[in-house]
Every structure is written in C-alpha cells, then in structure tokens.
Design a protein around this ligand. Structure first.
Ligand code: KG4
Ligand code: ZN
Length: 394
C-alpha cells in the first residue's frame, strides 16, 4: 500500500510517500518521496524555535512539500472535473483549515492545478509530542486531505516515528537461531526528549527512564549558545569535539557526569549545561569573546560527559530488561562519536540499530513507517478525535 505522511512537530516541514508491504514481523518499506523543508535559517536568528513562527512557516511550505513529494514519487493524479463536487469538497474542509494562515486557498489552488492522487491508500500525521501550533498545521492539513481524497487518516506519535525509523532501511532480525528481536530497548535522544524505552513488541512500550530536565539535544543547543555557536548546536559542538579528540584534549576540562551513579534510568542534563557556564565564567571572567581553542576544549569535554552518561545508563538498562536489540534514534544520533560508542553494544551480543544519518533528524518517512505498523494493528483514531498533543508520551 502507499502511505503519505506529514510531519510538522518542530522546525521541519516534511511530507513523505512510501510503499509498505509485508506483515507485522516482516514489514518492507520503499521510500518513494521524502520532501523536507528546514526552517533552521529562520530560527537561527532567534537562537531557538518559536512556535508562532514555526506555525506560519509550516503553513507556507507544506504545499511546496506536497508538490515535491508528488513529483519524487511520480504520483498519478486525476482532476475533479465537476465544479459542484469540487466546491462541495472544499466547503467541507474550509472550517478545518481556516486557522492555518491561508492554507485553505493554497490547497484549493494546488488541487485545481494538480487534481487528487489516484493511488494513495492512507494518510498519516504526527499528532504529538511537539509544539502545538506547529502540530496543528500538519493535523489540519491531513484532515483536509483525508476529506478531499476520501482516504483514512492515522495519527502518529513522533517518538514512535523515531523508533520505527530503523525499520526503513534494514531488516531487524536476530540471526542467532532465529531468536526474537524482543524485548528490545530504545534510547531516544532528540532536541525535546531523552528516554529509555523497553519495547515488548512494536506498539507496546514502557518508558523506563527519561530526563528530569533538559534533553540531550537541548543541552547541545544550550552549550552551543554559551559558546556563541549557531543553532542548532548539535552539529557545531560535534565538529569542535571531533577536533578536540584529534588533538587529544577532550579530558583537559573536567565536567560532571550527571546522575551517572544514581540508581534507575533517569537522566539530567541541565546541570551539565550549568557546569559549562560556571567553567566559562571562571576561565573568562571578563572576556566576552571566547577563543576558538577554548571552545574546542569545552566541546570535547561536553561530548565525553554525554557519551559516558548515555553508555552507562544504556548498559544498565540492557542488563535489567534483558534486551536482545538496541535501537538508538532521534536527532542526536546523527552524532558520529555517540554512534561509534553505542555501536560497541554489539560486542555484548545485542544487535544494535540506528537510522541512517539522513533519517536521524526529523522527517516524515519515519511517520509513514510507524503508520503502517499501526495500520497493521488496526490502531486507528477517529478523525474528529485527532488533535495536537504537545506532551504526548509513548
Ligand atoms: O529529532 P530532532 O531532529 O528533533 C526533535 O524531535 O527534537 O533532534 C534535533 C536535535 C537538536 O537538538 C540538534 O542539536 C541535535 O538533534 N543534533 C545533534 C547532531 N545533529 C543534530 N546533536 C549532536 N550531534 C549531532 N551531530
Ligand atoms: Zn524528533
């Protein structure tokens, strides 16, 4: 079946189209289109994502993304020739789209020119967690398309999308005597979340640990800001930390490893950011411009601390849950050093899986994969009950 998915939970406007086949144990996916527009350049000016601006940008960019996804996937369309039917369909969705910054008119123009797709079977959209005004753009748009195209709509949890991102490019299997891949453990590390999740089966999740304050990605972004680096901080810090390791200076500055000796699987990263701030204030009480060599030292030390904490907590969680599979997903796993270190769990008889770097940060393809798995389980929310849930948990 062909699935179109929409992702607008934060600062990426994504529309993807995939072909999904196979059953629950052996799903197969083919990515046909993956249109993604990043708002980073706009949010950079403010040093973070502002929900109102994100909402406006999603509404501006979602139709061009739909157009691109249609082109990439060579979607066959047909025009609605009967003027009355066309107007009747649009009168039904006017209310749904009225709050979304002109999206109603944009969709009307798009449909007039392109018609509606002949072979999309299912529509899916992220309904949370995320920024509610941003989520609503995707949800309203998806509801509109569902009425217009007369296709079912599924609401998807963004974090389940990150988990399912590992299914898109490889087959997950436990090759040792055909053993099950479950229980599995997911380490989810993104800008908004840091969670350890026990997966008993696809769709059956138990959050066993999470951050008490800042998420890992948030800590990267905040430390980057302290160093005067641009948003998002993850890639910037990663670049400097790599330099620090190549110069062998990653242990020069000592930073704390928050919660590393605490029992349980919770994290805390706000203290690490504060420790960085104190360290900078101590070393440069008066200078406002921090020298690049010093930024490299801090980035190296910060990344070591993050790595140590993630590895320690994940190791304990693998042992406690008896996980046979480790899935690491979320934007922060675009980080090569963390990848390298987490990969080492495979020496301990755990099969380790990451999405490719491209599918690590937010995208709509992962939402489509999760939609297929939900569809196979008949997990369908009635369309009129779908709403943005900023704090939706797994
Ligand atoms: O999953 P994601 O795209 O969006 C959320 O759902 O939050 O994650 C974005 C986060 C940002 O905090 C960004 O700084 C971080 O992922 N990130 C990285 C790297 N690339 C992106 N963090 C560390 N190293 C990277 N290479
Ligand atoms: Zn995300």
């Amino acid at each position: 079946m062909k699935i179109l998915s929409i992702e607008t939970s934060c600062d990426e406007t994504g529309i993807a189209i995939i072909e999904a086949n196979g059953d629950f144990e052996n799903p197969q996916f083919k990515i046909l289109g993956n249109a993604l527009h990043s708002q980073i350049d706009i949010h950079k000016e403010y040093g973070g994502v502002f929900p109102k601006i994100a909402k406006r940008e999603h509404a501006h960019n979602i139709i061009p993304m739909l157009q691109k996804a249609f082109e990439d996937a060579s979607v066959a369309t047909e025009k609605i020739l009967d003027k009355n039917i066309f107007e009747e369909k649009f009168s039904k969705i006017e209310k749904i789209l009225e709050r979304e910054d002109g999206l109603y008119t944009l969709l009307k123009n798009f449909t007039e020119q392109n018609g509606i797709p002949k072979d999309i079977d299912l529509i899916s959209v992220t309904s949370g967690p995320g920024l509610e005004p941003a989520l609503w753009v995707g949800i309203s748009f998806a509801k509109g398309l569902s009425v217009l195209w007369d296709k079912p709509l599924l609401a998807i949890n963004h974090m389940e999308g990150h988990i399912m991102s590992v299914l898109l490019e490889e087959k997950l299997e436990n090759t040792q005597n055909n053993k099950s891949i479950f229980p599995a453990l997911a380490l989810l590390i993104s800008g908004g979340h840091t969670e350890l999740v026990k997966i008993n089966n696809w769709g059956s999740y138990e959050v066993i640990g999470k951050t008490k304050d800042d998420a890992v990605g948030e800590a990267y972004d905040k430390v980057a800001r302290l160093l005067g680096l641009s948003y998002p901080g993850g890639p910037e810090i990663a670049r400097l930390a790599k330099k620090s390791r190549s110069e062998g200076t990653q242990d020069k500055i000592e930073l704390p490893r928050p919660m590393i000796s605490h029992e349980g699987f919770d994290f805390s990263f706000s203290g690490l950011k504060t420790a960085v701030r104190y360290q900078i204030e101590k070393d440069f009480p008066e200078i406002t411009e921090i020298p690049n060599e010093y930024k490299i030292l801090i980035a190296g030390a910060f990344e070591e601390s993050v790595k140590d904490v993630l590895i320690k907590k994940t190791r304990e969680a693998v042992e406690k849950t008896g996980a046979k599979t480790l899935i690491v997903a979320g934007g922060v796993i675009a980080n090569e050093y963390l990848r390298e270190n987490l990969e080492k769990f495979s020496d301990e008889d755990v099969s380790v899986h990451f999405p490719s770097i491209k599918l690590s940060t937010d995208n709509a393809v992962m939402i489509a994969a999760a939609a297929y798995m939900n569809f196979l389980q008949n997990k369908i929310t009635p369309t009129d009950q779908i709403r943005a849930e900023g704090n939706l948990s797994l």
